[in-house]
Design a protein around this ligand. Structure first.
Ligand code: FAD
Ligand code: UDP
Length: 379
């Protein structure tokens, strides 16, 4: 009855399913464990009518023209340049740390310091904090120390339970020091959110005659995946299977759990138009939560009174009921464990791993869409 089975209706699974149905003429079954589509991009109105992102704030951003054009078939956009500020002492400073931040922090001394940064790294460049800390110039070292202490150290301790120098440089490198006056968090050309929300965009992506979506179904209830073959509802299945869930779970964590960081989201509603006046405020030196997002400032929503915010409290994922693995912890040991699990799928030619869980790595939405393009093109 089906040519392909896609497990997970997040961005990876949804785009892959659409591509296979529309461009390859496949009959695709999408199995989703949650009672809704959209994966971690899912959004919905809360009891006060405010559009919230249930699994953490999501801003679509990309420089990839083909990805933007593709998703634009399924949604209009509310586009903006996403800005983040950090609460340091009583003030708010732009993050990533850039030349505007430098001027706020160093006042009159900022001019010569900016000149030195430009001369050393080049105007417009993006310098990872760990690289800035390697400088032997005392002025640059002082700036690096300021940025390290006031932006990275405590936020990273909260987020990862480790110091910036203990985690993969790839991670802190996502938020470099900018040698420019650009206050935007991302430098991609397109930034924003789907005009009617992410969930509506997913509904349109999955709305195709070749696609059947079953929510509330864990793939393990209907699929059996062994090292030598796949069965669906008790019968051998020789079509393609795309799996976007966690790889260790698929094999009952037989080599031990893959480590992840998780988050607890605390939503709060206030009867006021504006609670913090910014979409995202990072708490880089105080509090137990990492950041507060005020949804109205992210989505531009104007048709509901009051405002809803969310605080993010990180913790170590244990696999307990209800916990969600959000961030793969990138290091050699964990990668090796992941590869051991991947080895179990080595003989399954038509079994494909796609997505941030299945591949045990960090992907932004746009990179995930691109990866779904690449995989389905070769299928
Ligand atoms: P997911 O969205 O996790 O989807 C996987 C789906 O598979 C889930 O719905 C899950 O229920 C389902 N599933 C798993 N196992 C099974 C099973 N056994 N049976 C059936 N279904 C199963 N990216 C950005 O570009 N911009 C941002 O601003 C941004 N913000 C983020 C904020 C947070 C807090 C986090 C954690 C991530 C953020 N991301 C952001 C990244 C973004 O969430 C991911 O790129 C994207 O969700 C990855 O999609 P996916 O399909 O791989 O995974
Ligand atoms: N980071 C930080 N302070 C900040 C912002 C980011 O220390 O104000 C560090 C932190 O380690 C974080 C990493 O940079 O995990 C990447 O930040 P990003 O915003 O990309 O994280 P995301 O939540 O999107 O994964």
């Amino acid at each position: 009855m089906y040519d392909c089975i896609v497990i997970g209706a997040g961005i990876a699974g949804a785009v892959a399913a659409r591509k296979l149905a529309e461009e390859k003429g496949k009959r695709v079954l999408v199995l989703e464990r949650r009672d809704h589509i959209g994966g971690n991009c899912y959004d919905e109105r809360d009891e006060h009518g405010i559009l919230i992102h249930n699994y953490g704030p999501h801003i679509f951003h990309t420089g990839m023209e083909d990805v933007f054009t593709y998703l634009s078939r399924f949604t209009d956009w509310y586009l903006f340049g996403h800005e983040v500020v950090a609460k340091v002492g009583d003030g708010l400073i732009p993050v990533p740390f850039n030349l505007n931040t430098l001027e706020m922090v160093y006042g009159e001394k900022a001019g010569p310091l900016a000149a030195k940064l430009k001369k050393t790294y080049g105007e417009g460049s993006r310098v990872p904090i760990m690289k800035l800390r390697e400088s032997e110039d005392p002025d640059i070292r002082e700036i690096a120390q300021y940025v390290y202490e006031n932006i990275f150290l405590q936020y990273t301790m909260k987020q990862w339970g480790q110091k910036p120098e203990e985690i993969s440089p790839e991670v802190t490198g996502r938020v470099p020091v900018l040698i420019s006056h650009d206050n935007r968090y991302f430098q991609d050309q397109y930034q924003g959110v789907p005009k009617d929300g992410f969930t509506a965009m997913f509904e349109r992506i999955l709305d195709h005659e070749g696609i059947t979506v079953r929510c509330g179904v864990d793939c393990k209830e209907v699929l059996s995946i062994r090292e030598d073959g796949v069965s669906f509802e008790g019968q051998p299945f020789d079509g393609d299977v795309i799996y976007t869930g966690a790889l260790d779970e698929l094999f009952d964590c037989r080599f031990g759990r893959l480590p992840y960081r998780s988050l607890e989201f605390q939503f709060e509603h206030y009867d006021t138009d504006s609670w913090q006046g910014h979409s995202v405020v990072n708490y880089t030196v105080s509090e137990d939560f990492t950041r507060i997002t005020e949804f109205k400032f992210l989505t531009g929503q104007q048709d509901a009174d009051g405002t809803t915010i969310v605080k993010e409290y990180p913790f170590a994922y244990t696999g307990a009921e209800g916990e969600i693995p959000y961030y793969a912890i990138l290091n050699e040991e964990n990668r090796a464990l992941y590869e051991k699990y991947r080895g179990l799928t080595g003989r399954l030619e038509r079994f494909h791993l796609l997505g941030r869980l299945a591949e045990y790595r960090y992907y932004n939405i746009d990179a995930m869409v691109k990866k779904a393009f690449e995989l389905t093109e070769q299928m």
